[in-house]
Each structure stands twice: as structure tokens, then as C-alpha cells.
Design a binder for this molecule. Structure first.
Ligand code: ATP
Length: 325
């Protein structure tokens, strides 16, 4: 691999607040360090189809405060096949792109790893996902904003829950990880969180109901991680059948969790890791995700970032349980 002159940047997978701040940081730091930058639209789809434009500092003006991603994003089935990645590599060669910065979640970085290994192509990842489910970084870009959005929604739901003396099951995003559910429950003062990391989910509901939460409180809120089988509807239906004396409601927060202006924390994380991505390229690193751990920039091998399970701090479960009596 020769000298790196031009860097492509793309956003992929689910959009996350702070992705624009990351695009801005990669673009500006790249230019300052003497690289040409090209923006690749619609994630791997744009890489396969050549939907690419040169990026200057002006392209990323006035975007740090905006949610979503100016590069758009996509889920691209073709890129999961060797043929699709072959086409993507042809585009990279045709566009004279020598290295790629991928801003996305677990799937996007898995794709970057495959491309990097198959074609010996330098790829750097930034952790762009609301789910916070990437190993090796304390937080991911978008997670903090989403956590705050959920907290605001639950504050509002609490007003109606209290007025009508109802049990509310509030379903939040998180894929297979309970970080959003567990921490939003603590932040919003919810009575319980049901998360995938806790294998005793179904017992959790019975335990919780048997604690007689309604005897001491007139209403309660349970935050539930999304799940095809055991989401908020599942638990609400169970309570309706098993505890018919209670008035139960469900609120599925859905896509509003992805929107909005990124928090200061997410803008800073995106800026620091974006600059870190360019530093990684300058230093000759490849196939790493840039994260922040204990306030320090860290470079996590892709394979660890995508295949190791990020543990949830069990102390958080204790904190929530102790405070919800
Ligand atoms: P989020 O955490 O927001 O869901 P993500 O990056 O995990 O983001 P995915 O839909 O899992 O979102 O992945 C985004 C894209 O990455 C996929 O549409 C596909 O193009 C590519 N991708 C995912 N997994 C792989 C894989 N194993 N090999 C190649 N490409 C992949």
C-alpha cells in the first residue's frame, strides 16, 4: 500500500446524533493534516454505486449542531456479499481513495473489517450508534443524546402515569444491549428496567409485582429494552392477564429516540474521535476503532470492538433497585 493521500468518509447503519460532528471532525482534521477528503453518500450503498463528492471545510460548516447525517446512511445488503465488497473496492480504486473512515455501529464496523482484510485496505472506525454496544469505548456517538431524549419522554409519561395511577411499560431502543434502558431508568427515576443482559427477565416481572410496588406508590414506570418477543407489549399483556386489577399502558418511543440536536458530550466525543481517526492514519494504524476510555483516546482492533461483548455494570442494576422502593 502506497502513501495515503485521499481519505473517504461514510456513515452507515442506524443514524445517530453526533454523526455530523464526526464527519466535520474527520474532514477538517484530514484537511489540516494534508489529506484530500471525499464524502461517500448513503453508506456502503454509495460506496458500491460511486455516490461520492470531494469535501472541503465548507461542506461541513454549520452542521455540528444538527442531528442525523448530511452524508445520509443506509443498510446495504449487497455489501454483506464478497461481490458487493468487490464492487466497493473497485469504486475506491477508481476514486483514488486510499483509506476509509467508517462511522457506524457493530454491523458497519464488521463490514469495514471484511473489506480491510479482503483487500488489504486501511480502514478506521468511529463508534457511531445510539446503542452503546461497542466494546472498548466507554460511550458511543449518539448514546448520550438518546439517553437524554428518553429521560425527557419518561418525565412526560410520568405526569400522566401519576395522574391516572397507571403502570406504564416504556419500550426503548438498544438492539441486544440494555444500556439505554438501564441508564434511562436510573436517570428518569423509573421503578424498574427489563434488559436483555439480565437472564431472569420473566421472573423480574413477577418479583417486581410481588414487591407490591403499587402499595407504596400510586403509579409506576418500567423501561423495557426492545425485543421481538419480550418487548413492552409482552409485559403489559402479562400484567393484564396475571394482575387484572392494575391499569396498564404501553408507550413505544420508536424513532424519535434517534432525532434531535446532539448533546455536548456527543459532539465532544465525535470531535475527539474524528481527530483521533486522522491521527491513526498519520501513524500508519489500520483496522482499528477509535474510542475514548477513562478520558483517553484508545485504538481498539476492529475484531475486539465488534466481537467482544461490552458488559453492563451490574452495580447499575443495584442502584436502580435500591432507589425504586
Ligand atoms: P446500528 O448500531 O445503529 O444498528 P450498525 O452499523 O450496527 O448500526 P447494521 O444494519 O448492523 O447497523 O449494519 C450496517 C451495514 O453494515 C449493513 O447494512 C451492511 O451493509 C454492513 N454490514 C453489517 N454486517 C456486516 C458483515 N458481517 N459483513 C459485511 N457488511 C456488514
Amino acid at each position: 500500500m502506497g502513501k495515503i493521500r485521499c481519505i473517504g468518509v461514510l456513515t452507515s447503519g442506524g443514524d445517530a446524533p453526533g454523526m455530523n460532528a464526526a464527519i466535520r471532525a474527520v474532514t477538517r482534521s484530514g484537511i489540516v493534516n494534508g489529506f484530500k477528503i471525499k464524502g461517500i453518500y448513503r453508506g456502503y450503498d454509495g460506496l458500491i454505486n460511486g455516490d461520492i463528492a470531494p469535501f472541503t471545510t465548507e461542506n461541513v460548516s454549520n452542521i455540528i449542531q444538527r442531528g442525523g447525517t448530511i452524508l445520509r446512511t443506509a443498510r446495504c445488503q449487497a455489501f454483506t456479499t464478497p461481490e458487493g465488497r468487490g464492487k466497493a473496492y473497485e469504486t475506491l480504486q477508481r476514486e483514488n481513495i486510499d483509506a476509509l473512515v467508517v462511522i457506524g455501529g457493530n454491523g458497519s464496523l464488521s463490514g469495514a473489517l471484511e473489506l480491510a482484510e479482503e483487500y488489504d485496505f486501511p480502514c478506521i472506525g468511529l463508534p457511531g450508534t445510539i446503542d452503546n454496544d461497542l466494546y472498548g469505548t466507554d460511550s458511543t456517538i449518539g448514546y448520550d443524546t438518546t439517553l437524554n431524549t428518553i429521560k425527557e419522554c419518561v418525565d412526560k409519561i410520568r405526569d400522566t402515569a401519576t395522574s391516572h395511577e397507571r403502570i406504564f411499560f416504556v419500550e426503548v431502543m438498544g438492539r441486544d444491549a440494555g444500556f439505554l434502558a438501564q441508564n434511562s431508568a436510573i436517570a428518569a427515576g423509573a421503578e424498574a428496567a427489563i434488559i436483555p443482559e439480565d437472564s431472569t427477565d420473566s421472573d423480574q416481572l413477577i418479583e417486581f409485582m410481588q414487591r407490591g410496588i403499587r402499595k407504596s406508590k400510586k403509579s409506576c414506570i418500567v423501561i423495557v429494552s426492545e425485543s421481538p418477543k419480550c418487548g413492552a407489549m409482552y409485559y403489559a399483556d402479562r400484567v393484564k392477564k396475571e394482575y387484572p386489577e392494575y391499569d396498564v399502558r404501553v408507550s413505544i418511543l420508536g424513532h424519535l429516540q434517534r432525532g434531535g440536536s446532539p448533546s455536548a458530550h456527543d459532539r465532544i466525543l465525535a470531535s475527539v474521535t474524528g481527530v483521533g481517526a486522522i491521527q491513526a492514519i498519520v501513524q500508519g494504524q489500520r483496522n482499528v476503532m477509535v474510542g475514548v476510555r477513562n478520558n483517553e483516546v484508545v485504538y481498539v482492533p476492529f475484531i475486539d470492538a465488534v466481537s467482544k461483548k461490552k458488559p453492563i455494570d451490574k452495580n447499575l442494576i443495584k442502584v436502580l433497585n435500591e432507589l425504586s422502593i
